[in-house]
Write a protein that binds this ligand. Sequence first.
Ligand SMILES: [Cu+2]
Length: 455
Amino acid sequence: MTRRQLLALTCFWTSARASGLGQHAPNVVPRAPIAPQLLVGNADITLRIAELTLELAPRRTIRTLAYNGQVPGPLLRARRGTPLTVDVWNDTTEPDIVHWHGFHIPSDVDGAYEEGTPGVPPNSRRRYVFTPDPAGTRWYHSHTTADRNLKKSTYTGQFGMFVVEDGDDPGAYDLEVPILLHEWDPRFTSDGPMDVEFRAFSINGKMLGAGEPIRVRRSQRVLFRILNASATMPHRLALPGHLLNVIALDGNAVATPRQVPSVDLAPGERVDAIVEMNRPGVWILGELRPEHRAAGMGIVVEYAGEQGPPRWLPVPDFAWSYAAFGGSAAVPEPDGRQTLVFRAAGDGHHWTINGKSYPKTDPIVVRANRRYRWTFDNQSANDHPVHLHRHRFEIVRFDGRPMSGVWKDVVVVPAWKQVEVDVPTTQPGLSLFHCHQQFHMDMGFMAMMRYTEQE
Ligand SMILES: [Cu+2]
């Protein structure tokens, strides 16, 4: 090694540390490709699962599991199409697994035991290598089964946002703010079918008023990347006095961006919305339900030079619908059709797809490079946010109305309604399909999508 090469290495490490790359602060992934020889023994991203005492607010702490000692986990960024090495350390006494939600990556790294991804045993490390795709607001979270243990999986602080960037997106905004919703202190309710309720809420790991405000300036355009990282609960959010221009759902650009007074997100869903800061003041960005704000679901938005207690105003009524962001393009005829019927099983504690609970559910068998039309027929009294791993789908009919131009990886199928989606089968391998409501998923609401070689 020449002196010149040594100097080059030193400079690299200095800048790498400054940008947060490394074992202890993997918040930033460098935009430029990394010289391969420097990656030996070092991952681009390191996640470390361990117990954490999280201060939701003064005198309100929660013992939970988290990534890298923080809730949410580190905001990860990577470039689409550039291979990435991720090390996951598990400093707990239970096996765990990280799912890369919304990524089109192979089954052996996707992060589901059911697909064959190896998990991370207790007190050890596992390395995953994959190429992030597609671009957009993705996320990562634990994909273990919780069953009736409300201290596991998505009930914990094991969630974080993962932004996959594409080179050609200039972005019509000045500031980017992640908003991650979560609930804490769960318990089972006994009225009616068994369900879970929560006694505290947070945005970005803090109850309303306990964290730093989001500081903005007049005329700024702020991109809010909103993720509902809840285990079981849908949420409706607003920033009173402002409109949210929704540009993407589940990280995928919508056909028709549109300004709305509030946004709805079920567990697993993301909304990207740009807000023009044109009403100076100190505001609450929060849940529409006052009892949820009182329990912490909100964050303060503070204009420069403004003071005083944060304000909330009545929000105009708005019936959220995916179709509002759809386009007029005709949807191609599908190559095949499949129907999935959702029902509660006898005791109301189990869920079935076409009459069977996981692991007995029939696999959804597809051929590669086709377009399948799936009809979700919800014959139950609950809404279900269903998620397909490793793929995205276009919503083509919602409660009887045709639509197009909205691509998702989670879609809410309302109680007693039908939703149709078209699934391009572009990712051979096993892919899990399940309800993203943790308690429904754990109670059998899951099936495997499998590719067949047969022509
Ligand atoms: Cu469900």
